[in-house]
Design a binder for this molecule. Structure first.
Ligand SMILES: *Cc1c(COP(=O)(O)O)cnc(C)c1O
Length: 409
C-alpha cells in the first residue's frame, strides 16, 4: 500500500495507464498539428481529435460537432458564462446560479457583475445540498439569459436534479448550463434527456490528463451561440482559437470511452467502498455529521464533520491520508468551506470536516486503513479536548450518527 493513501479524487484522479498508452504516439511519431490540412501528419492528428470528439460526445449523448475542446473545466465555465452573456445582450443580462458552485463559476459570475455585464442571483441550496426547483423557477426573470447549476458538487458530492432543471429552463426559454466536471464518467449524463444547453467537463477528473476539457454547446432546439473569449486561428468553429493539444485530447477521448464501458460497475464498486468507510467510521465513533444528501451523491464521495476536534489538528493527525479538509488556508486565516457554510453547517463543524474522495484504484485495504487512521486521530484529539464530550451529552454515548441538517449530539 502506497502512503499517503490517495483519497482526494475530487481534486484530481491518477491517469489510467490505458489512457497514457493511447496518448503516447501523439507526442512522438504522430506529432502533427490538427489544423494542418495539406499533409498526412496533420490529417492523422485531425483524425485522432475527431475520434476523441466522438468518444466524449458519446458519453454525453451529444453530437460530436457540439463539443468545443478547451484547456479544462475552468476555461469551459468562463467560455459558457462570458460567451453567452456577451452574445445574448438583446435577450437580457441576468444569471441564476447557486452559492455552492465551483469557484470557476462563482468568480466568473462575480467578474460579470463587477464589470457591469450581468446581474447574478445566487440561490442557497437546502441543508442537504439539493436545490429547490421552486426557488429556481421564482428566480428566473424576463431578462434571465442563463441558469448555471453544477451536476455534482466537488465538496459534498450532491447530485442536482438535472432533468427537472433542464425542463424548467427550456419551458421558460432560458439556457441551462451545468458544470459537470465531477459528474462526467461517474454518473450517467444525457444532454438530450436532461435538456442541457451548455455543459463543462474536464479530463483529469475521470482518469485522463490535466489540461484538456470541453464545453458542450447545443446545436439545435435551441441553437446556442457564444461570443468567443479567445481570438486567433478560428479553431473549434471559431469558439476557441489555439492549436489543439492532440495527445491530451486523445487521452480525454480514451478516458471517456473507458468510463462508458466501466461506469456502472465502477460506481457500484466505489459506492460499496464508500459505504464501508462510512460504516467503519460510525460503528466506532460518535459525534459524526454527514454533510450533503445521504443518497443523492457521487458514489466516491463522503464528507464528514467530527464533533469535538479541531480541524487543523485533525488534518495533522491524518498525514497518512491524502484527503481534503473543510478549512481552506487563505493567506493568514483559516476559512471554513463556503460550500458547507452555504448548507448552514456551523463554522466550527465546517472546520472539522474531511472530504474523502474514493476512486477507480481505491482498494478495500486502503479503506480499512483510512478508517483506522481516522478513528485513531479523532480519539486522540478528543481525549485532549475540552469540547468533548459535548456538554449535556451522555458519555460515552451510544454509537450514532446524525444526518445533515439535524443538530449534532
Ligand atoms: C475540477 C473542477 C473544475 C475545474 O476544472 P479544471 O479542468 O481543473 O480547470 C471546475 N468545476 C468543478 C466542479 C470541478 O470539480
Amino acid at each position: 500500500m502506497r502512503r499517503p493513501v490517495y483519497l482526494d479524487h475530487h481534486a484530481t484522479t491518477p491517469m489510467d495507464p490505458r489512457v497514457l498508452e493511447a496518448m503516447l504516439p501523439y507526442f512522438t511519431e504522430k506529432f502533427g498539428n490538427a489544423a494542418s490540412r495539406s499533409h498526412a501528419y496533420g490529417w492523422a492528428a485531425e483524425r485522432a481529435v475527431e475520434r476523441a470528439r466522438e468518444q466524449v460526445a458519446a458519453l454525453l449523448g451529444a453530437a460530436p460537432q457540439e463539443l468545443v475542446f478547451t484547456s479544462g473545466a475552468t476555461e469551459a465555465d468562463n467560455l459558457a458564462l462570458k460567451g453567452a452573456l456577451e452574445l445574448y445582450t438583446q435577450r437580457g443580462d441576468h444569471v441564476v446560479t447557486v452559492a455552492t458552485e465551483h469557484k470557476a463559476v462563482l468568480d466568473t459570475c462575480a467578474w460579470l457583475e463587477r464589470s457591469g455585464r450581468a446581474r447574478v442571483t445566487y440561490l442557497r441550496p437546502r441543508p442537504d445540498g439539493l436545490l429547490d426547483l421552486d426557488a429556481v423557477a421564482a428566480a428566473i426573470e424576463p431578462r434571465t439569459v442563463l441558469v448555471a447549476v453544477m451536476a455534482a458538487n466537488n465538496e459534498v458530492g450532491v447530485l442536482q436534479p438535472l432533468a427537472e432543471l433542464g425542463a424548467l429552463c427550456h419551458e421558460r426559454g432560458v439556457l441551462f448550463f451545468t458544470d459537470a466536471a465531477q459528474a462526467l464518467g461517474k454518473v450517467p449524463l444525457d444532454v438530450e434527456a436532461q435538456r442541457i444547453d451548455l455543459l463543462a467537463c474536464t479530463a483529469h477528473k475521470l482518469y485522463g490528463p490535466k489540461g484538456a476539457g470541453a464545453l458542450f454547446v447545443r446545436r439545435r432546439d435551441p441553437r446556442v451561440r457564444l461570443a468567443p473569449q479567445q481570438h486567433g486561428g478560428g479553431h473549434e468553429r471559431g469558439m476557441r482559437s489555439g492549436t489543439l493539444d492532440v495527445p491530451a485530447i486523445v487521452g480525454f477521448g480514451a478516458a471517456c470511452a473507458l468510463a462508458q464501458e466501466e461506469m456502472a460497475a465502477e460506481a457500484a464498486r466505489v459506492g460499496a467502498l464508500r459505504d464501508r468507510l462510512w460504516e467503519g467510521l460510525r460503528s466506532r465513533l460518535d459525534g459524526l455529521v454527514l454533510n450533503g444528501h445521504p443518497e443523492r451523491r457521487l458514489p466516491g464521495n463522503l464528507n464528514v464533520s467530527f464533533v469535538g476536534v479541531e480541524g487543523e489538528a485533525l488534518m495533522m493527525g491524518m498525514r497518512d491520508l491524502a484527503v481534503s479538509s473543510g478549512s481552506a488556508c487563505t493567506s493568514a486565516t483559516l476559512e471554513p468551506s463556503y460550500v458547507l457554510r452555504a448548507l448552514g453547517v456551523h463554522e466550527e463543524l465546517a472546520h472539522t470536516s474531511i472530504r474523502f474522495g474514493l476512486g477507480r484504484f481505491t482498494t478495500t485495504e486502503e479503506v480499512d486503513f483510512a478508517v483506522e487512521t481516522t478513528v485513531r486521530a479523532v480519539e486522540r484529539l478528543r481525549a485532549l479536548s475540552p469540547l468533548w464530550p459535548p456538554a449535556g451529552a451522555p458519555s460515552p454515548g451510544p454509537a450514532g450518527a446524525v444526518a445533515a441538517g439535524e443538530p449534532g449530539p
